[in-house]
Design a binder for this molecule. Structure first.
Ligand SMILES: [Ca+2]
Length: 228
């Protein structure tokens, strides 16, 4: 076989091998510098991801431990984020036999000024507990999502009824007008169960707001509005 043909075939093989690895989840999606606890554990999920060895080069950040389990599709990476680490984006480099096969950009944000001294709730507060699916339907367009098995059926007491974060956000003034000063939501994480998922206590993804309630960005903006 001609040398150039071998080179092309080897190149194709290498490209194929590289494409075999893909990150399906890496959580949490981002973190902060300057946290009181300097350790952070990243969960990485992808087919055969445990075959790879992670590496990084970022001032003040180091990998202190890599944990593999009996499931080859998971990898846990413990990072130490030193006080000297600056906010920015680091590159996680995943290697196979010392060769880089996959890269992931990971963001370290600055903390909100005085975040550590914020005032939480105390005995002076009146707290309003909301089950989001049953409070108010602010967006009928999210009642059914193709990626989630359960839709809505208001005639069934055990089914979802369509309430969502937008419904709560639209009624923050109503809640405040009742005299309440804090909001307590039943779990809003993705709960992709075949039935009875409205209560939110059978979570299937701890890092994402359930698509039928909204998304992570809406949760943050609703929280900001509630503080206003
Ligand atoms: Ca809805």
């Amino acid at each position: 076989m001609k040398k150039w043909l071998i080179a092309i075939l080897l190149g194709l093989f290498a490209a194929g091998a590289q494409a075999a690895y893909r990150i399906e989840h890496l959580e949490p999606a981002s973190w902060w510098v300057g946290m009181k606890n300097s350790r952070l554990q990243l969960l990485v999920h992808g087919v055969a991801i445990a075959e790879l060895e992670p590496a990084l080069a970022y001032p003040g950040v180091s990998i202190v431990r890599v944990t593999r389990t009996e499931n080859p599709n998971y990898l846990f990476i413990d990072l130490a984020i030193g006080t000297e680490a600056q906010a920015g984006t680091l590159t996680l480099d995943f290697r196979r036999k010392k060769k880089s096969v996959l890269r992931h950009q990971y963001r370290l944000d600055p903390r909100t000024p005085d975040s550590a001294t914020r005032h939480g709730f105390d005995a002076a507060d009146a707290i309003y507990l909301v089950m989001p699916d049953r409070f108010a339907n602010g967006d009928p367009g999210n009642d059914r999502r193709e990626n989630l098995v359960e839709g809505v059926d208001p005639s069934d007491p055990n089914a979802r009824h369509g309430g969502d974060l937008q419904g709560i956000r639209d009624r923050l003034n109503y809640i405040a007008g009742l005299g309440f000063t804090q909001l307590w939501l039943n779990p809003v994480f993705r709960s992709n169960q075949p039935r009875g998922s409205y209560h939110g206590y059978a979570i299937t993804d701890f890092y994402r707001v359930d698509d039928r309630l909204g998304d992570n960005a809406l949760y943050r903006s609703m929280s900001q509005d509630a503080k206003g």
